[in-house]
Design a protein around this ligand. Structure first.
Ligand code: ADP
Length: 205
């Protein structure tokens, strides 16, 4: 198994790259999807969230109302820190469990993590970190034109993330997504070749 961390700023095209890697045979472990699962009733973060934030964050059917939770947690730094302290370790544990289930296989496992931090490399035993990169103005245009996000929301979400330079500083491999989708497919072919070489080098070691 080769474990690849995949990250990129919002609007960079990370989800698109993840889907293209899945087409090429990669096993995808998606942090966003797991983040939704851990807060479902019965999930490991559900009880601690209700205990910390109260029943006001719940919808009538007992599920966590993400908008209500965001409304109480996002404006208050201490509350946000608590939210992250409850959810991040739960997500990390599930990701690690899924990664471990692939040990001993010849799979390329891609851990898709929007906010990949330096410590993830060790915690999740990543063999390489791939950053999907494009100029911020291109990402912003995609969010507004293709995802129909209000401009102010898109700008706020981009401003809340690490900078392009910070992301690139943590990259072993970079996918350039400043061009069109055809160019992106070419970039992902090139990436897949680099990943295969890493896998071969690993098998020979
Ligand atoms: P992220 O997961 O990084 O936020 P997405 O993969 O969802 O970004 O891409 C944002 C939007 O831009 C989506 O609508 C996607 O289809 C589109 N997109 C991504 N890359 C390109 C590209 N090279 N050319 C045109 N549209 C793109």
């Amino acid at each position: 198994m080769l474990a690849i961390g995949l990250t990129g700023g919002i609007g960079s095209g990370k989800s698109t790259v993840s889907a293209l890697l899945a087409e090429r045979g990669a096993v995808i472990i998606d942090a966003d999807r797991i983040a939704r699962q851990v807060v479902e009733p019965g999930g490991p973060a559900y009880g601690p969230l209700v205990e910390r934030f109260g029943a006001g964050i719940l919808a009538a059917d007992g599920t966590v109302d993400r908008a209500a939770l965001a409304a109480v947690a996002f404006p208050d730094p201490a509350a946000l820190a608590d939210l992250n302290a409850i959810t991040h370790p739960a997500v990390g544990l599930v990701m690690d469990e899924r990664r471990r289930a692939e040990l001993g296989t010849d799979h390329v496992v891609v851990l898709d993590i929007p906010l990949l931090r330096p410590e993830h490399r060790q915690l999740l035993e990543l063999d390489a970190v791939v950053v999907v990169d494009c100029p911020p103005e291109v990402a912003l245009a995609r969010l507004v034109e293709l995802r129909h996000m209000p401009l102010a929301d898109a700008e706020a979400r981009m401003a809340a993330q690490p900078s392009r330079q910070q992301r690139l500083a943590g990259a072993d491999l970079v996918v350039d997504n400043s061009g069109d989708l055809d160019q992106l497919r070419g970039e992902v072919d090139r990436l897949w070749e680099q990943i295969r070489q890493l896998a071969t080098a690993r098998a020979d070691a």
